[in-house]
Design a binder for this molecule. Structure first.
Ligand SMILES: C[S@@+](CC[C@H](N)C(=O)[O-])C[C@H]1O[C@@H](n2cnc3c(N)ncnc32)[C@H](O)[C@@H]1O
Length: 169
């Protein structure tokens, strides 16, 4: 079977963050070159090998209401507010990770986030009974992700694995 990634669709993540204080206007009050501002981002969904995920079909934890709401591909979710606490400037809100994981994976699946930051995806994956792998180029963020994971019952890693991280740096 081909292992190509097949485009499945896209979701608009509407953040409603119109009140952003730090903004550039381009040509202020002039039509010469006004900057357009976007209060949304796109999530691109790809499927490996087949559009159908043939997993443990009985291991779904999606409710009927969640399914009906989330297949409409515009998700209104406020941006993360806790960024100061974790010292990361571009954290995802947990609700975004929660919806993606529940809508596209079965319980027990492996969730991989190659840009894991301070670990939002991995924390939510753990809470939802998925296995997880989180990668980030920043050791500082990896340590914070570990701390967040320890708060939901994941044991901290041993030193040799941290050294591996440094080798990749
Ligand atoms: C948008 S942030 C992800 C934030 C994450 N979703 C969270 O909620 O904490 C992107 C992350 O990608 C990491 N990154 C950038 N280049 C990378 C690379 N080449 N390999 C691995 N991680 C990288 C950055 O350190 C940053 O933490």
């Amino acid at each position: 079977m081909s292992k190509k990634l097949i485009w499945k669709g896209e979701i608009i993540w509407e953040k409603h963050n119109y009140n952003c204080k730090y903004t550039a206007w381009g040509s202020w009050k002039s039509p010469s070159n006004p900057y357009l501002k976007y209060s949304w981002e796109f999530l691109e969904i790809f499927s490996k090998g087949s559009l159908t995920h043939r997993g443990r079909t009985r291991e779904t934890d999606l409710t009927a209401d969640e399914f009906k709401e989330w297949v409409y591909a515009r998700w209104d979710i406020a941006p993360e507010k806790d960024m100061k606490k974790w010292g990361h400037p571009a954290m995802f809100p947990e609700e975004l990770a929660r919806r993606v994981i529940k809508l596209f994976t079965f319980k027990g699946d492996v969730v991989l986030d190659p840009f894991n930051g301070v670990g939002t995806t991995t924390k939510v994956a753990k809470e939802l009974g998925r296995k997880f792998i989180g990668i980030d180029i920043s050791e500082e963020y990896c340590l914070k992700a570990e701390q967040r994971l320890s708060e939901v019952g994941v044991k901290r890693r041993k030193e040799p694995e941290r050294i591996m991280l440094k080798l990749f740096d």
